[in-house]
Write a protein that binds this ligand. Structure first.
Ligand code: ADP
Ligand code: GLC
Length: 486
């Protein structure tokens, strides 16, 4: 079958710009589509932090292109760089005025303009190079306007006559809601009739909702989350619309990029290891303890957390149970995360109260994230909601047993340990209550004391196959279903 032309557009791509799993997923998807010989262009902003990370090659026909957005004209250029050796090209959108800033995301007034420009620049780059994409694959609210742009601003161009759109919802908690006075800057002032009228009447435009209305197909990153977002508890106001589009909404579980997350050849951990020889695992645990001045004891289980510190991640279940547990049980807890101050303050306080048992590092640190996966015995993810979650999959591969809430992708990728027949890969709880989490932790600690059972549990997790290989085939099958016959 003919290879497809796929334009992937994302606000985050690992390793260049990452705050969470979106970065890993867009990079892996691009890499695997490229490996399967599809023609992929991955578009992302040239943020300040990208500079120096990659060799950039300016695209000759795409230099200093004007883009009018409302009263203002922005100038952008495109440079390409290889995602990895032999990998696909990343198309960096260079617009210093919008992207040469400290963070990936900002609280600035023009946040919506930044990502509208990314979206339009991706489409206009296809025009300038006369490259007709079969699929434009949008990700989250940042690129949610692309399907509408194709139906309005760019509808005149026959180049896009066969182009179909896919919107992946990685997180419905972020929708990109702006005041309707932004329509001009978004170049949609003349297209009001296409927008969700109820929102317009209330003076709002919602990027994600617009994408959900107009994308040819919608996906989200696990089957359970695809079901959950159609309900009142997790739909965040978009449930009715998603139910209307249920026939076009698919759950495709994220994979793990084993080029990046593989304990056997991970250059970011001191001691590589594998399922048949776990000695390295203990050495990594020791290294992790040393790094934080925690006394190492092989018998004391080490719990890891690597997380954005936001309300999504369910960490407010911890204060009610951790201090008591830490008094009672000899365990270690290492937390890496950044985000809301209240969580940071809490973990800082906890590490001060239990200096020999708890360590907290604030900030983003990829190498430490790898070391925590490698050096921990258990991995904690009590998420309130979790579209997919990657860490619970990484942790299984690294022999760290996940303790998770049964929601979204966590429910789809962790199976409950069953002592009777030795099956399962982790511990799950249902209710979003501290007692429920405590129950799961106690079951984990009890199993920990049974060495044979624990070894089996670790092996079960390490044997799971979460590779992108088959996930990518699901995306390709969807792309092909959408592409009109020639
Ligand atoms: P989300 O996208 O909601 O943050 P995921 O589990 O899908 O959750 O992905 C999180 C990704 O971000 C993982 O690769 C994880 O290792 C990484 N990560 C999160 N916080 C940090 C941090 N503070 N330092 C390093 N890596 C982090
Ligand atoms: C999101 C979700 C997370 C998911 C990631 C990648 O930010 O919170 O669950 O794994 O996107 O799809």
């Amino acid at each position: 079958m003919d290879p497809l032309k796929i334009a992937l557009v994302s606000s985050e791509v690992a390793p260049y710009a990452k705050t969470g799993g979106l970065a890993d997923v867009s990079a892996a998807l691009a890499r695997y589509l490229h490996r399967k010989r599809h023609d992929v262009r991955l578009f992302m902003p040239l943020y300040r932090r990208v500079r120096g990370q990659v060799d950039l090659e300016p695209v000759a026909v795409l230099q200093d292109i004007p883009m009018k957005m409302g009263e203002r004209t922005y100038w952008y250029s495109i440079s390409t760089g290889r995602l990895s050796k032999g990998g696909p090209l990343v198309w960096f959108v260079r617009c210093p005025e919008l992207f040469d800033r400290e963070g990936i995301y900002t609280q600035d007034q023009d946040e919506h303009v930044r990502f509208a420009l990314l979206s339009r620049a991706a489409l206009e780059s296809c025009q300038w190079t006369q490259w007709a994409p079969d699929i434009v694959h949008c990700n989250d609210w940042h690129t949610g306007l692309i399907p509408l742009y194709l139906r309005t601003l760019y509808a005149w161009d026959k180049l896009f006559a066969r182009t179909r759109t896919v919107l992946t919802i990685h997180n419905i908690g972020y929708q990109g809601v702006v005041g309707a006075d932004a329509l001009k800057e978004l170049s949609l002032e003349g297209e009001r009739r296409f927008l969700y009228q109820e929102d317009l009447n209330e003076g709002r435009v919602n990027f994600l909702k617009t994408g959900i209305l107009y994308a040819n197909a919608l996906t989200t990153v696990s089957r359970t989350y695809a079901r959950e977002i159609q309900g009142d508890e997790h739909g965040m106001g978009l449930q009715a619309l998603l139910r209307q589009r249920a026939d076009s909404l698919f759950g495709i579980v994220n994979g793990v990029d084993y080029d990046e997350w593989n304990p056997r050849k991970d250059a970011l951990i001191p001691e590589p290891f594998h399922a048949r020889d776990l000695r390295g695992k203990d050495l990594n645990k020791k290294a992790l303890c040393e790094r934080f001045n925690l006394p190492f004891d092989a018998r004391a289980p080490l719990l890891g957390v690597v997380s954005r510190l936001t309300v999504q991640k369910g960490l407010e279940l911890l204060p009610d149970i951790l201090p008591v547990l830490l008094h009672k049980v000899d365990l270690r807890l290492v937390v890496l995360g950044s985000g809301d101050e209240r969580y940071e303050n809490y973990f800082r306080w906890l590490s001060g109260a239990f200096p020999k048992k708890v360590a907290f590092q604030s900030g983003f640190d990829n190498a430490l994230a790898h070391l925590i996966e490698a050096g921990s015995d258990m991995f904690l993810m009590p998420s309130r909601y979790e579209p997919c979650g990657l860490n619970q999959m990484y942790s299984q591969r690294y022999g760290s047993v996940p303790i998770v809430r049964r929601t979204g992708g966590l429910a789809d990728t962790v199976s409950p340990w069953n002592a009777a027949d030795g099956t399962g890969t982790g511990f799950l709880f249902d209710e979003f209550k501290p007692e429920a989490l405590l129950g799961a932790l106690e079951r984990a600690l009890e199993t920990w004391r049974d060495e044979g059972a624990w070894a089996r549990l670790v092996q079960n997790g390490m044997a799971q196959d979460f590779s992108w290989e088959s996930r990518v085939d699901e995306y390709v099958a969807l792309y092909r279903k959408l592409t009109p016959p020639r």
